[in-house]
Write a protein that binds this ligand. Structure first.
Ligand code: ADP
Ligand code: MG
Length: 433
């Protein structure tokens, strides 16, 4: 069946796509069973590419041929390679989860991140002595985690005990210890480390229990002169739902921001990533990517690995036309996954109301506010037409939608805070998919 499915897929996609990707897939008849089909791809990048782009199609075709749902597995062909990646994952999980390639050397510095870079670097050379805590904030994909872990790696290489955690992991750990009645162990663990790195601290917002616990951890570490580094997507003052004593402590040391990279920095980052991933790109392609991608550096990485996958498969250099196609693909992909429902949910959560209220006829101020924002973002990020938006949000007709969008546009122009809010939400939504 696997072979037949691949043949059927060939009919559905362009010859170019088939030759580039699907042709390299092989079906494992022996290992596949009635409810699991196993395919091999030549390298990890192709595995990802196929998983993202074709897995659903393959599953669908299987279901048609097979009559029942089949779990599609796409894995690496080379077992040695497979073993290697598996081992890496294990090592990662055992250590404190620091990514070794997040180093200062691999971090490109420009006007946008100079201040944060200098602050983290200085802390990495003077643990607990200069800025404590160090608080780094900025938008998605601008390098906060990278910088924080760069310091972590320095400390770890010096033999210090480093804990790197996200608020979510910290919270889960806390809950587990409460449940097992082993809170002393939890406290010991977090208070006995030399360096504590907590990522995305904005998620402490409105979680009183963990804020209380974190406060005591903070006091103990700070009192003992242990270094604390925190990151967030906004300034401590702007994180709502935070105890005053925590908010003020976050500003005790140094608060440093990271701004979106300017063109030269983006170019430097792309070149660095090419060097690390052994991708060869000409100057005009590097410049093209840097101009098209607006700020999220993570997106740059996705594009590079796609370009890389292609050049490896075809044994050719990457040209500008192909780059343009991959970029278009990427943008469409990011957006195709976004539905009005997802957007409404994220907006509702952010503004503390129910998604159903946004779609209701409710006229109270905060509901109208949330509805307008949702409509605006849906218009920006999805392909839905004005009548479709009107129907979804229970508005009279397309003129009501166009009126709303005009209103939001003028608010964005006049109110810097509002613009930041919209950007933040848009960021949150696009990075959720
Ligand atoms: P954030 O935590 O701010 O969302 P990350 O630290 O996860 O962002 O960065 C996203 C990706 O971009 C990472 O792979 C990181 O290595 C890369 N990156 C971001 N800024 C830089 C930079 N200035 N130089 C090199 N790589 C960068
Ligand atoms: Mg991060």
């Amino acid at each position: 069946i696997g072979q037949e499915v691949l043949k059927a897929l060939k009919e559905e996609i362009s010859e170019l796509e088939y030759n580039r990707y699907i042709r390299h897939l092989s079906y494992d008849i022996k290992k596949s069973t009635g409810d699991a089909a196993i395919f091999y791809a030549p390298n990890a990048l192709v595995v990802n590419w196929i998983k993202n782009k074709y897995r659903e199609k393959i599953a669908h075709l299987f279901e048609i041929k097979n009559g029942s749902k089949v779990n599609i597995k796409i894995t690496l062909k080379n077992t040695i390679e497979k073993r290697k990646t598996k081992k890496n994952v294990e090592v990662k999980q055992n250590s404190s989860l620091l990514n070794p390639s997040h180093s200062f050397d691999n971090f490109m510095v420009g006007g946008s991140n100079q201040f944060a870079y200098a602050a983290v670097k200085s802390v990495s050379e003077n643990a607990g002595k200069v800025y404590n805590p160090l608080f780094i904030y900025g938008g998605v994909g601008l390098g906060k985690t990278h910088l924080m872990q760069a310091a972590g790696n320095v400390f770890q290489n010096e033999g210090k005990v480093v804990i790197y955690t996200t608020v979510e992991q910290f919270l889960n750990d806390f809950i587990r210890h409460v449940r097992n009645k082993t809170m002393e162990r939890f406290q010991e663990k977090y208070r006995k480390c030399d360096v504590l790195l907590i990522d995305d601290i904005q998620f402490l917002s409105n979680k009183e229990g963990i804020q209380e616990e974190f406060f005591h951890t903070f006091e103990a570490l700070k009192g003992a002169g242990k270094q604390i580094i925190l990151t967030a997507d906004k300034h401590p003052k702007k994180i709502g739902g935070l105890e005053a004593r925590l908010q003020s402590r976050f500003e005790w040391g140094l608060v440093a921001d990271i701004q979106p990279p300017e063109l030269e920095t983006k170019i430097a980052i792309i070149k660095k990533k090419c060097e690390i991933n052994k991708v060869k790109l000409s100057e005009d392609i590097v410049n093209y990517i840097a101009t098209v991608i607006d700020s999220n550096v993570r997106e740059i990485e996705g594009i590079l690995s796609k370009l890389h996958a292609y050049s490896q498969l075809m044994h050719v250099d990457i040209d500008l036309d192909f780059t343009k196609n991959v970029l278009k693909d990427q943008m469409n992909e990011n957006r195709a996954n976004l539905t009005m429902e997802t957007i409404t949910q994220i907006v509702a959560k952010d503004l503390n109301i129910k998604p159903s209220e946004i779609r209701s006829k409710g006229r109270s101020k905060n509901i109208v506010y949330a509805r307008r924002i949702s409509i605006y973002i849906c218009r920006e990020l999805t392909q839905n037409t004005m009548p479709q938006l009107a129907q979804y949000f229970g508005m009279k007709d397309h003129t009501a939608i166009s009126h709303t969008i005009k209103k939001i546009n003028s608010l964005i122009k006049d109110d810097e805070d509002f613009k930041v809010k919209i950007d933040e939400l848009t960021n949150k939504i696009t990075s959720s998919s």
